[in-house]
Design a protein around this ligand. Structure first.
Ligand SMILES: NC(=O)c1ccc[n+]([C@@H]2O[C@H](COP(=O)([O-])OP(=O)(O)OC[C@H]3O[C@@H](n4cnc5c(N)ncnc54)[C@H](O)[C@@H]3O)[C@@H](O)[C@H]2O)c1
Length: 422
């Protein structure tokens, strides 16, 4: 599928660590055979960050985008803009994404779509009213290995799925990249990182019926260890952050999930774990199980069958006849039916981000719906808030209760602070 026609001009709104990573994604799309977007402007309240990203863009893309600190001025002065890529911090998504939509721009918004369900709904309703695309940049599911796991489950490789175990434990009392990831009103780490896993749980096993669980704030003080963050992109900011911060947002969730198909999942997302860290993902079915390698590492999946066989090589493809990557993913990862790959983290990351951008460009040009729409992104946030709300109510909650706002005890305080409660 060669991409023809005019490129969609867009602005990168938010020029922090993820803004830098997205730029590498765009550079990857530029060098592919299917480039359909063009970076025309960057915008950030922090002029240093905006100028730094514009300089990097000049090097990586061959042209320096225009630089703005004010979204309104940017939209006024650049009528050619058709889309915005929102990579501001999570607590500002609902205002920034909504402002971009109100200004007539199609939006690709980083996950989580917003810091609360009401924030998500505001963005969804604005996109609907304006007739614009709202796509959520959920990257984990676009990893070819996760595409393959989903096809294995759908094609019956393990029979009927019964149980998924999704475990992340580690972090101790270390600051996770930025202070805002530890504050209740700007998106706790269990939401900011957890929402990726909420999306994977739904992506593998389908719609969620109910959730029970609890959350904790274990580490009330977080230490800055000077980490450069994923891919090293945060090194220029980490030394400027305080030595310690007082956290207000939960750093661990423990959940029991029931899916509409009857499967259950046990989900631990604990960013305060001490001692032995863990990152593990298993799916059990009526005829076998899958040992999944995680995200963005390209390692092979292991399929364990009842006769004692373990398949962890190319033969695994025989169990996923429906598995096919999109043409651009096939170009970037080296084939339509990739079962393993070896790339550095930043090379994998940029390929996956290129896929997100390309999809947005096609949606803008054709009016098609994105894979992770606003509604899909909101369902991920709703699953993520399941253990928060269930823990406060002392009973399981349905996803509908969370999406409708009927179960909102935890989020209510955030909504009040953000002006999202009328
Ligand atoms: N998908 C992933 O793998 C992944 C990884 C990291 C971060 N993220 C997401 O990306 C988003 C950004 O994270 P980050 O680590 O880059 O944060 P960051 O703090 O490094 O950068 C945020 C930037 O947004 C700017 N900003 C804040 N409010 C703004 C506004 N109203 N208008 C314009 N600019 C504004 C800040 O000045 C800053 O430069 C978050 O939602 C996070 O969850 C996703």
């Amino acid at each position: 599928m060669a991409t023809t026609g005019e490129r969609v001009q867009y602005a990168a709104v938010g020029c922090g660590g993820m803004g830098r990573r997205h730029l590498r994604g765009m550079a990857r799309l530029y060098s592919s055979s299917m480039c359909n977007m063009e970076l025309a402007a960057v915008c950030d309240l922090n002029a240093d960050n905006a100028n730094f990203l514009a300089d990097e863009a000049a090097t990586l893309l061959g042209a320096r985008p225009r630089v703005y600190a004010d979204l309104e001025a940017m939209v006024r002065e650049m009528p050619q803009l058709r889309a915005a890529d929102v990579t501001t911090d999570t607590g500002s998504h609902h205002t920034v994404a909504t402002a971009c939509l109100e200004a007539g721009l199609h939006v690709l918004c980083e996950k989580p779509l917003a810091v609360t369900i009401r924030g998500c709904t505001l963005a969804i309703e604005t996109a609907r009213r304006k007739g614009l695309t709202l796509s959520v940049a959920e990257n984990f599911r676009r990893d070819p290995i996760n595409r393959l796991v989903r096809a294995l489950i759908a094609d019956g490789a393990i029979g009927a799925p019964r149980l998924m175990l999704e475990t992340t434990i580690g972090g101790g009392d270390r600051l996770f990249i930025t202070p805002w990831r530890h504050m209740k009103h700007t998106g706790t780490i269990t939401l900011d990182e957890g929402v990726h896993h909420a999306d994977i749980l739904r992506y593998y096993l389908g719609e969620v019926r109910s959730v029970y669980g609890e959350t904790r704030l274990h580490e009330q003080v977080r230490r800055n260890t000077g980490s450069a963050g994923p891919g090293g992109f945060y090194a220029r900011w980490s030394a400027t952050l305080p030595d310690t911060i007082e956290a207000t947002g939960e750093d661990a969730l423990y959940a029991h999930i029931t899916f509409a198909n009857g499967a259950v999942a046990h989900w631990i997302n604990d960013h305060a774990g001490h001692g032995q860290g863990q990152s593990a993902r298993h799916v059990y079915g009526s005829q076998g199980s899958l040992e999944c390698p995680g995200d963005r590492n390209g390692r092979p999946i292991k399929l364990h069958l009842d006769d004692g066989t373990t398949i962890d090589d190319e033969r695994i493809l025989e169990h996923a006849p429906s598995y096919r990557l999109s043409p651009l993913a096939a170009e970037l990862f080296g084939g339509q039916r990739v079962w393993t790959y070896r790339l550095e983290f930043n090379d994998t990351d940029s390929r996956i981000l290129a896929l997100e951008y390309h999809e947005l460009g096609e949606c803008v040009r054709s009016g098609a719906d994105p894979e992770v729409s606003g509604e899909e992104g909101r369902a991920d946030v709703a699953l993520n808030y399941g253990p928060f709300e269930a823990g406060r109510l002392g009973r399981p909650v349905t996803l509908e209760e969370i999406i409708s706002g009927a179960a909102d005890r935890y989020q209510r305080e955030v909504d009040q602070r953000l002006g999202l409660l009328s």
